[in-house]
Design a protein around this ligand. Sequence first.
Ligand code: AMP
Ligand code: MG
Length: 416
Amino acid sequence: MTPGPTGDGLVSVDEHLAAVLAAVVTLDPVAVPVSAARGRTLREAVAAAVDIPVFDNSAMDGFAVRHADVATASPEDPAVLRVVADLPAGTALDPPIGEREAARIMTGSPVPRDATAIVPFEDTAGGLADSLGEITVLRAPRVLGAHIRRRGEDAVVGDEILAPGVLLGALQLAAAAAAGVDRVSVSRTPRVAVVSTGSELVAPGSPLLRGQIPESNSELLAGLAAEAGAEVVLRGSVPDDGDGPRRAIADAEALGADVVVFSGGVSAGAYEVVKATLGDSMTFTKVRMQPGKPQGFGRTPAGTLLFGLPGNPVSAAVSFEVFVRPALLELQGRADAQRRVIALPAGRAWRTPPGRTQYLPVMIDRSDPRGWRAMPATGGGSHLAGGLGRAEAYAVVPADIDTVTAGDLIDVMLIS
Ligand code: AMP
Ligand code: MG
């Protein structure tokens, strides 16, 4: 596929994404302790260093016995055994168990070599109360080996526990720890600079003169970058005149940034500062999507990726989702950069732009737990930044769909 304009001068979302991803060079891996790896992307498979379970152990609190001694035990004809040892968790003992003998054993303790079943306390007459003298077994174990968890049942040394490319969350890291692994190879954290452009922008909370608005895209894009596993090394704002964007790139590169994300200043107006100053480093493309049509993308000679996203807050959010996030995940070597998409009926009708893929921020109406529905979170205008706060997903409506009516099944891309 050769990315490039067709007919109307617009390229498809897939074409632009492919051009972006083609410029991504995966970052180097680094080794980190498992305890510091949450949120990182695994780069080398994790293999078990120990068997799971590590040794045959008891699944119940009770008694380790010879199965034959209790195989016919019943309330009418109980088996009486002498308790010859006590095995708390962590014990290294492996006491011999003779005929009509038992060892008291706790969950997770190693099962003596001579034992072939565990009788839980519930199946003896005295239970825990008289458990260090003689016991009266009232019920036979269901099978030979009952309640014994076998060594290596889950994994043996060398088995792959985690595949390269996975996002390391609590469950994955616990699995690595259980497999006796203390260090993992993960991607270096991508460093991102976020630069807002616009002479109308002032810090949120500042008094607003006529024409000024609170600057919100740096909060948005820094947050989204962090959620995609990046470290934000620079956050700033530049006016619509001067060469702020060029100086911002120099500052970002001095801080080791891998990616600079600009917002604003890339569309068709008169004071588009990113377009005006970075024409030699970025290509400006019109993408067949709404919002997010104007997109700038490039790479500096040093290899820093440059994104020029449109400034409307919803456009910036969607553009990040569709182009920047996949690039950040690709930088980290993430195997699956796709969001989960589910099909939900539209809760009401909405308008769609002809000939463009629509990304509409939606809420998910869960009032009927068996009948979730997608409800627009914003009025549909890309400037409606407040409604973004209600969004929990994007409805993705293909370019060839002209209208959405209530009940239509819609692809909904989950973003949390
Ligand atoms: P632009 O893409 O620069 O033409 O901006 C489009 C719209 O988004 C304008 O209404 C801008 O005021 C607004 N906008 C641009 N950047 C930001 C920002 N960082 N925070 C909030 N609104 C912005
Ligand atoms: Mg602007």
